[in-house]
Design a protein around this ligand. Structure first.
Ligand code: ZN
Length: 83
């Protein structure tokens, strides 16, 4: 299956699964004493915690990227190592 929307270019680097990927997202929640209700858009990026539900491989979303963006992620890592 070729993903063309949310999972475009994303697949498990270990088992190749690209049907469903678990990604840690950021989302706002209205919290009251009774509980919490989420609202608004979910956000994630290359550094979001990601895991494969098929083989349990874990990493960041950037590590699950199978095309493009890889060079970009490396550049960011090099920048970080200079600090
Ligand atoms: Zn996998």
């Amino acid at each position: 299956m070729t993903n063309v929307n949310c999972l475009q270019g994303i697949a498990c680097p270990k088992c190749g699964n690209d049907a469903i990927i678990n990604v840690e997202v950021r989302i706002l929640a209205a919290v009251t004493d009774d509980g919490a209700e989420t609202f608004g858009d979910m956000e994630w990026d290359g550094s979001s915690y990601t895991e494969c539900p098929e083989c349990k491989h874990r990493g960041t979303l950037a590590e699950f990227r199978v095309e493009a963006a890889e060079g970009q992620a490396r550049e960011h890592q090099q920048e970080a190592s200079h600090e």
